[in-house]
Design a protein around this ligand. Structure first.
Ligand SMILES: Nc1ncnc2c1ncn2[C@@H]1O[C@H](COP(=O)(O)OP(=O)(O)O)[C@@H](O)[C@H]1O
Ligand SMILES: [Mg+2]
Length: 213
């Protein structure tokens, strides 16, 4: 899926100047883009508008398939959020199954996908542990595995490696970027090494998004 953003503007009620003031993006299918920018520059706002968590006030956002048909990004994307939201009493595997079941009703297929996704983030050995005993970093890896297991064509992630140390961050990133090609990935990051591994870096500043070369 290609992602298209045109003349996107967003102002929070009561705030002075708009947070986003004419953002245009054309992200080819299968690419991984990093969104960077100072704190408060509107990265989370941009992601929320892209993924349909906030209604678009002004402008246009769409996912475009191979045949040129437009889809709501929310219908084709999985999220990895900044704060982890796992079912604490359920096992790591069950949490990942939630993602797999979003796109298949076949129990065997769902289980295979979930197990593969957990292995991709280095947590195969923790499959049967309840989510509540996992560390913050492990929980974030489960959340990423859940998004991967859905096999939706777009992955949106807001600082997915924010809570992780460098080694764990690399494992998680390998998992997410391995899917690039089949999937379009957009991730907010503060980590220069993470950004450097993406295909392109989009910098948000003064309400505009510019491709950094
Ligand atoms: N719900 C909200 N209501 C009012 N202002 C908000 C809201 N969410 C974010 N903002 C403001 O919008 C700006 C951009 O925020 P955000 O998108 O979270 O930036 P970033 O993710 O780059 O740190 C900030 O000035 C923030 O205070
Ligand atoms: Mg943010």
């Amino acid at each position: 899926m290609r992602l298209v953003v045109r003349s996107l503007r967003h102002a929070y009620p009561g705030a002075g100047s708009p947070v986003l003031d004419g953002v245009d993006v054309d992200l080819p299918a299968g690419t991984a883009a990093a969104v960077v920018g100072p704190s408060g520059s509107g990265k989370t706002t941009f992601m929320a508008l892209l993924g349909g968590l906030l209604p678009v006030q002004d402008g246009h956002v769409a996912a475009v398939d191979q045949d040129g048909r437009e889809h709501r990004v929310a219908d084709v994307a999985s999220w990895v959020l900044q704060t982890v939201s796992l079912l604490p009493a359920r096992t790591a595997l069950d949490n990942v199954l939630v993602g797999a079941w979003a796109t298949t009703a076949d129990m065997v297929v769902a289980r295979q996908r979930a197990e593969a996704a957990l292995a991709d983030v280095g947590l195969a050995a923790r499959a049967k542990d309840p989510a509540r005993v996992l560390s913050g970093g492990e929980s974030q890896r489960v959340a990423i595995a859940r998004a991967m297991a859905s096999q939706r064509p777009v992955i949106l992630a807001d600082e997915p490696t924010g809570q992780l140390d460098a080694a764990t961050s690399a494992i998680v990133l390998d998992g997410m970027l391995a899917a690039r090609g089949e999937r379009t990935v957009v991730m907010v990051t503060h980590d220069a090494e993470v950004a450097a591994r993406c295909d392109l870096v989009l910098e948000l500043r003064d309400g505009r998004l510019r491709e950094r070369s």
